[in-house]
Design a protein around this ligand. Structure first.
Ligand SMILES: Nc1ncnc2c1ncn2[C@@H]1O[C@H](COP(=O)(O)OP(=O)(O)O)[C@@H](O)[C@H]1O
Ligand SMILES: [Mg+2]
Length: 288
């Protein structure tokens, strides 16, 4: 039996692991029991899942930790590969062959139900992935939501300034218009009323309701009980940095400005330009 590597310098993992294990104990009458961890990229979901796995896997007849499902899913035969990996891990044999993904679903449904197993699906981003790998598990929405809130609140406290990881969440937005909305929120709209922001963005030609919902689903923005938009501090800084980096030496050409010194600088340069245009025009009698 092998333990998984958790993290180089774990900080505060143990208390979260205990909390997840307590949640599992509280729900153990549910059979099968499904627990979801939801949060932005880099917040430590996989790390906690690995630590939980290490702590409890010995209590199960079969066990499997499938890493990076989102990534493997998109590869050739990725689904089949994951199904086969799961079956081999639980039954400790490579003899049972899965011919195609549909038969894989029914083999897994039948076989997995025969044992008490621990299955961790890491980095799931589509319902179809759950259906193909863990078809018969119910989705306890309320429990999911309460855990999700807890995980989200951990995010702000974990020192994970891993821009690389954070940017995966941003890069994962397939629609450029949603990236633009994310950047607008990062620069201008944190703390503002969601409806007001929706009106402003719609006025700029965006489909703001859809865009804001996509960003919320991906934990890139939040809306509090009063309807105010929020964003994790690290994500906000990342968004602002993306724009700064695009034209580091030319703030006047960037799509958005935030730093007050740069704003003043650009505006004063523009004021000089406008006043010189004005004086030229005035001298030429083009205006008045
Ligand atoms: N509690 C922690 N202590 C130390 N490092 C952590 C902790 N949680 C996560 N990390 C590190 O942060 C990075 C991102 O964590 P990860 O669990 O992969 O995030 P997620 O799965 O939410 O995208 C990893 O390099 C991981 O080792
Ligand atoms: Mg992960």
């Amino acid at each position: 039996m092998k333990e998984l590597f958790v993290a180089n310098h774990p900080v505060g993992v143990e208390s979260r692991v205990e909390e997840v294990i307590q949640l599992l104990k509280d729900q153990q009458q549910e059979n099968p029991l499904l627990l979801g961890i939801w949060g932005m990229g880099g917040s430590g979901k996989t790390t906690i899942a690995k630590a939980v796995y290490n702590k409890i896997f010995r209590e199960f007849e079969g066990r499997c930790f499938l890493l990076n499902i989102r990534e493997v899913w998109d590869q050739d035969n990725g689904i089949l590969h994951l199904q086969q990996q799961l079956l081999s891990a639980i039954y400790k044999t490579t003899k049972i062959k899965i011919e195609n993904t549909e038969s894989g679903k029914s083999i897994l449904e039948r076989r997995l139900g025969q044992k008490r197993i621990l299955l961790v699906l890491d980095d799931v981003d589509k319902l179809e992935q759950l259906n193909s790998l863990a078809a018969s598990q119910p989705c306890p929405k309320e429990e999911f939501a309460s855990l999700a809130n807890e995980v989200a609140s951990y995010c702000e406290r974990l020192p994970l300034a891993l821009e690389k990881k954070l940017k995966i969440s941003f890069d994962g937005l397939s629609d450029d218009r949603n990236r633009e909305i994310f950047l607008d929120v990062a620069f201008f709209f944190i703390g503002m009323d969601k409806n007001d922001v929706t009106d402003i963005l719609n006025g700029c030609g965006h489909s703001a309701e859809i865009g804001i919902n996509v960003l919320m689903e991906r934990c890139l923005i939040t809306v509090d009980t009063k309807g105010k938009l929020g964003m994790h501090g690290l994500l906000r800084d990342m968004g602002r940095e993306i724009i700064r980096e695009s034209l580091p030496m030319k703030p006047e050409e960037r799509s958005r400005l935030w730093n007050s010194d740069e704003v003043l600088n650009v505006l004063s340069k523009d004021m000089v330009r406008i006043s010189s245009m004005f004086s030229n025009s005035y001298n030429n009698n083009d205006i008045l």
